[in-house]
Design a protein around this ligand. Sequence first.
Ligand SMILES: Cc1ncc(COP(=O)(O)O)c(C=O)c1O
Length: 465
Amino acid sequence: MLDAWLRFTGEADAGALTPMCVPGHKQRYDLVGPVVAGDAPLYGGLDAIGHADVLRQDAERRAAQLWGADWCRFSVAGSTHGNQALALAAGRPGQEIIVTRSLHRSLLLGLVLAGLRPVWVRPDVDPATGLPGAVPVATVRAALARHPGACAVFLGDPSYVGATGDLTAHAAAAHDAGVPLLVDAAWAAHLGFHPDLPPHAIAAGADAMVTSAHKALPAYTQGALVLARTGRLDAARLDRAFEATHTTSPAGAIMASIDAARALLAQRGQDLCGRLLRSVAAARDSLRQVPGLDVLDGPGVEPAKLVVLLAGTGANGRAIERDLIGLGMPVEMADRDTIVPVVTLADDSATVARFAAALAAAVERHRGPPRRPVPAAAWTVAPQQALPPREAFFLPNETLPADAAVGRVSAELVAPYPPGIPVLAPGEIITAAALDALRGALADGSRIAYAADPSLATLQVVCGH
Ligand SMILES: Cc1ncc(COP(=O)(O)O)c(C=O)c1O
């Protein structure tokens, strides 16, 4: 696929094409500028419309082989689309599914699309860090025992802050109950490619995994893979579910970049992951030397994830984030107590060391009295589900002042972003605790995403509930 993209864009740049098909920019840069440079459709660009599926299937087969799967699709719509495709493949409307409550909002909307009823399982929060660990296997086994009609177990692993669970044991729990284990591994496309990294979900025994090639791998934004080992899941149903919400015009550049990232992992994965692991280990060591600063480390922590704990320094993560942005070093997430930079195969030890030094210097500029970390709303929410998400999503709703909405059923999904984990979801009772937690996140500088009113002055509730 990468070869096809190189050939097409080469011909376009040489002026050898007069395309009478989409995209409408016809490879001209004089109308809207080079913003469309490199854009090539899969169908009718990388190959003729009638043949491009052969090319696509070849690239997807290579990826399936690399991950030890027997089914793979490349998505141009991120792990968002992958999660929704798996939700659509997992069961029938009305069936229950065991799901991590600290799920990404994309999966919650997947439950709305598929009409699945969540049975929430929650990770424990470590009071020392304010951050969640993985979901315990015993919690999933207990949920499966209480809900024998559940169609699948769907976990997010590693978590947003790099907590890794025992996926082999989770797979055994799910399989003992006769259901598949599905894993949102959005952040973990590199796992399994070095002996010091945990195995990826498929290798650990999961039936399917979703991963963003654009997060951990050097692929184009939006590129993602959905991989499955069929048996408990059906390949034709997976294809139908995947196609249901994927564009019919996938961008060839995104698809080809997933193929290129796959080839890179196959050829140099262990080398590059080794460099990544060494860079992150060195950054952890140097940051731990800063008085009061700590990093997540040890068993149950993804070794390539850098999660910086600020509470002991008294510095506010948002002030540090502003300094880092000023230095051209934006991070993936910062709240008062935690900073999560994303380090990938594209970084080398010099860039990571430079970042760690800049972070340490910013901490010194913003030091204050040490404090106890306060777990973010996303990690502590204990939802009271009054209606299934799908039912609440489609019922008529009304807008109320936020305080008057307490005790009513939320019509909307409200999530501080990042990490994009819903504090309120359609069908959940708006508790005073949830509203306080959201207001706390807003006051602390978080963007309140997906709410109709991001100022939280009003909330949307289900009429009559
Ligand atoms: C756990 C998790 N799953 C899924 C997604 C969605 O990924 P994408 O942005 O590739 O659609 C995210 C995005 O941050 C995420 O954190």
